[in-house]
Write a protein that binds this ligand. Structure first.
Ligand code: FES
Length: 66
C-alpha cells in the first residue's frame, strides 16, 4: 500500500529500509524521501518503521549461567 503519496513510497519499501538499518523517520526521509513533501504520511511511516524494528529485532532470552 502507498504510504507516501507525494513520493510514491510503499509500506514494503519502508519495511525493507528498516531491515537494512534505517532507524528513524529522519533517516527514512533521507533515504526514500518519505515525509519530505506535505508531511501527512509521517505518523503512518513512523508506525510502520516501529513495527518493523520490533519485528526485525526481537528480544532474545539469554539464560544466566547456573
Ligand atoms: S504523503 Fe508523504 S510527504 Fe506527502
Amino acid at each position: 500500500m502507498y504510504v507516501c503519496i507525494c513520493k510514491s513510497i510503499t509500506d514494503k519499501q519502508i519495511r525493507r529500509a528498516a531491515v537494512n538499518g534505517v532507524d528513524s523517520l529522519i533517516e527514512l526521509r533521507e533515504m526514500l524521501g518519505v515525509s519530505a513533501g506535505c508531511g501527512s504520511c509521517a505518523s503512518t511511516a513512523q508506525s510502520i518503521l516501529d513495527e518493523s524494528r520490533n519485528y526485525t529485532r526481537p528480544s532474545v532470552y539469554v539464560p544466566s549461567p547456573a
